[in-house]
Design a protein around this ligand. Structure first.
Ligand SMILES: [Ca+2]
Ligand SMILES: [Ca+2]
Ligand SMILES: [Ca+2]
Length: 279
């Protein structure tokens, strides 16, 4: 199956719905409304998801088939679902088949890069925070000082060994449903500096009043270390000048799509608030 985020998304996963934009502004969440806290949750689980895949025995707890998609819920023991894989055929053996990258010679049979971490923050048995794999990239460390080799040009073997490879790691994008209505209202994704090829910041876009229209988008250096500025709103979504947003086809993503698909699977599997990984 084609990777969801870097390749073409199978049309069956893109539900109909117009992409809507509001004006760029710094709206605040509506007071008194029960909401998740996307940014705080991002910070709390980033250490889990930025590293290697959770070091544990992984099993498929439940599989659901939604049209042609196989939605596989994966975790460490019967009550600890942490990962979802979305594949075109039956998925098994997650410890072997959840890939970060496609190895030379192509992916092994059964391997997939179409997977992500899932969380149920309000314990209703439905996923409201998704961290989906983009790929492996060279990422500027938050505390980096000094020069970096330019990845768009030739660099030395020593630079490769000492700087590029040690700072290459899985990169994910994040999608949150802060009012728990089943549709995303916040996304965050890394972006690549077009001048030197490094991932050097994050974009955070939000629909802060949950009216279905994103109206906030800010770019940040490194992992939200410092504010870079407002994103540019275009007909195709938000952009960051001089950067290419990684993974997501566009920011914000089309309504519908992944969260509803995953939650259809969660319903078919009869998952509950107790089913997911406890933070
Ligand atoms: Ca939930
Ligand atoms: Ca929502
Ligand atoms: Ca809005």
């Amino acid at each position: 199956m084609t990777n969801f985020v870097t390749g073409s998304i199978p049309s069956k996963f893109l539900l109909a719905g117009a992409l809507v934009f509001g004006p760029l502004c710094h709206a605040q969440p509506v007071e008194g409304q029960p909401i998740g806290d996307f940014r705080a949750f991002f910070q709390s689980i980033h250490p889990i998801t930025a590293g290697p895949i959770v070091d544990a025995d992984l099993d498929v707890h439940c599989r659901a088939r939604i049209d042609d998609a196989h939605v596989s819920f994966i975790g460490t023991d019967p009550d600890e679902i942490l990962i979802v894989a979305l594949t075109g055929r039956r998925f098994s053996n997650p410890e072997k088949n959840l890939l970060f990258r496609v190895p030379p010679g192509g992916p092994p049979r059964g391997g997939t890069r179409d997977w992500g971490y899932i969380f149920d923050r309000n314990y209703d048995g439905r996923v409201d925070y998704l961290v989906f794999l983009d790929g492996v990239n060279a990422v500027v460390p938050d505390d980096w000082e000094g020069e970096l080799p330019n990845l768009t040009q030739r660099f030395t073997g020593r630079e490769l060994r000492e700087i590029v490879l040690p700072n290459s790691r899985p990169v994910f994008w994040h999608m949150g449903d802060d009012n728990f209505d089943g549709e995303h209202d916040a996304v965050a994704a890394s972006f690549r500096n077009l001048d030197n090829g490094w991932m050097d910041g994050w974009i955070n876009a939000r629909d802060t009043d949950f009216d279905g229209r994103y109206e906030f988008c800010m770019a940040f250096e490194r992992t939200f270390v410092a504010m870079m500025g407002l994103c540019e709103g275009t007909a195709d979504g938000y952009e960051v000048p001089g950067r290419r947003i990684s993974g997501l086809m566009k920011v914000p993503p089309d309504p519908g799509g992944l969260l509803p698909l995953i939650n259809e699977g969660a319903a078919e599997c009869e998952l509950t608030g107790e089913s997911f990984f406890a933070r």
